[in-house]
Design a protein around this ligand. Structure first.
Ligand code: ADP
Length: 439
């Protein structure tokens, strides 16, 4: 059977997050990395998520990559499409959310889509079009200082309107509270008024059910991962999905395990601090790495030794002051490149040393690792923490991989990940009660 839902994600960890949500909702999901090659349609997938890196590239590139992905998903048989964006609406006045959404609408020969950026499970909520992160507005959440996509305006209707040619509207919370028929009618009214993209207020996970039911017949939905559960529910109601919870069962290979942490985000730093108390750990020194490849070879020799007895943690995560010092010496771009290149070589070296389960922390770091290991696609398994599932690489030999966005995961994330695998969903569930949730 061809896949039902085709998703285009504007960054890697966002793609994994959506894929994990779809799996939890009972859809067998494969995540492809970049626009896949023509003949690589995976079998047995209910949903396919293509992970692009299009969030901050020039808008024209993002449009081109997204349209190529759409074409591939159409060939794969998908009948409904999601453009997955970040739940903090990461974008600038030039794009890329608006230009990509409008290009997808045109390519799908339609002119209206709902936009659902909320992710209440991760404390991102939209009310009267304003995005809240936890208790504060987006523009006070720290996102206003983001280096690439500073979000200084919390009103998403205004933000999106500045990026689009067409009009942007709002589906207010009172309408959502009135149920699916009210939302459907409001969408029709907005559409008639010439609105092509409508931001949906969302306060609780339950709201997605109402929103998703209203877009069951829409060919395109724009949103963060939260809406995925509702979309899966639509397919289930139509008898297109099985009821059994088999979607998350992956046979993650037994074997050696390692963690590569290249994120300096607060959550990852805390996770590293916890993990070093339990596992042998090696800290990377970017200044030494910048001097040449030998440093990586030395780390690998030490890592191989540690792997004889259990998992090893290799990290470059450092406190802001130390990070600043390195960046002052090497320059931020070169520091990032040096560390990413080291992580890529380490990933290859660890696999050569028999590692079959690899946990990676950091969005860019994950991208570098996946590229180094030439991984084209991932089956998505059990979630360890919200937004971070175990995955299994497509192709042979299959590898167990966890690709974690820097700020995601509870303090014990690495310990949990190393203590579980895709088969042991029971032990994962036992850990859910002690989640502190991600930011
Ligand atoms: P996150 O998901 O937290 O944003 P990323 O992996 O996307 O993490 O980004 C972290 C960036 O910082 C990467 O480019 C990485 O190579 C770089 N980096 C990691 N550790 C250091 C360090 N100690 N000094 C300088 N740059 C670093």
């Amino acid at each position: 059977m061809p896949a039902l839902l085709g998703c285009i994600a504007d960054d890697f960890t966002g793609a994994t997050d959506l894929a994990g949500t779809l799996v939890r909702a009972g859809m067998r999901t494969v995540q492809m990395i970049d626009v896949p090659e023509a003949d690589t349609v995976p079998a047995d997938a209910d949903a396919i998520v293509i992970a692009l890196k299009s969030r901050t590239v020039p808008a024209a590139d993002a449009v081109a990559q997204s349209l190529a992905s759409l074409k591939w998903l159409q060939v794969a048989g998908c009948r409904q499409f999601v453009f997955k964006i970040c739940s903090t609406f990461d974008s600038t006045d030039e794009g890329n959310i608006g230009p990509v959404a409008e290009a997808l609408l045109a390519a799908l020969d339609t002119d209206f889509a709902m936009v659902c950026p909320a992710f209440p499970r991760n404390a991102r909520r939209v009310y009267k079009g304003y995005l809240f992160v936890g208790d504060v507005l987006l523009s006070e959440s720290g996102m206003e200082q983001h280096p690439l996509t500073p979000m200084t305006d919390p009103n998403l209707v205004r933000v999106l309107d500045r990026q689009t040619r067409g009009a942007v509207g709002l589906l207010p919370y009172d309408t959502i509270q009135n149920g699916t028929a009210a939302v459907t009618a409001a969408c029709e009214r907005l559409h008639t008024e010439g609105v092509s993209l409508a931001i949906a207020d969302t306060l609780a996970e339950g709201d997605f059910e109402v929103l998703a039911a209203a877009v069951a017949e829409h060919v395109l939905v724009v949103g963060a991962s939260g809406i995925g559960t509702g979309l899966a529910g639509n397919f289930r109601r139509r008898g297109l999905l099985g009821h059994e919870a088999v979607a998350s069962q992956l046979a993650v290979p037994a074997g050696r395990a390692a963690v590569l942490a290249g994120s300096c985000s607060q959550a990852t730093r805390e996770q590293v601090a916890r993990a070093v108390a339990h596992y042998p750990a090696i800290e990377l020194d970017p200044l030494q790495l910048a001097k040449g490849e030998d440093a990586v070879a030395d780390v690998l020799i030490q890592a191989r030794e540690y792997l004889e007895t259990g998992p090893v943690l290799i990290y470059s995560s450092s406190e802001p002051e130390a990070l600043q010092a390195v960046q002052n010496t090497l320059g931020a771009a070169r520091a990032a490149t040096v560390v990413e290149a080291a992580m890529a070589s380490l990933a290859r070296g660890l696999v050569a040393a028999g590692v079959t389960r690899l946990v990676v922390a950091g969005g860019e770091t994950s991208g570098a690792v996946v590229k180094a290991l030439d991984i084209r696609g991932l089956r998505i398994g059990t979630e360890i923490d919200p937004g971070v599932p175990w995955t299994l690489s497509l192709g042979e030999p299959a590898m167990g991989l966890v690709l974690k966005s820097g700020n995601f995961g509870s303090r014990d994330f690495f310990l949990k990940a190393l203590a579980t695998d895709g088969l042991m969903s029971r032990s994962t569930r036992m850990c859910e009660s002690d989640l502190t949730n991600s930011k």
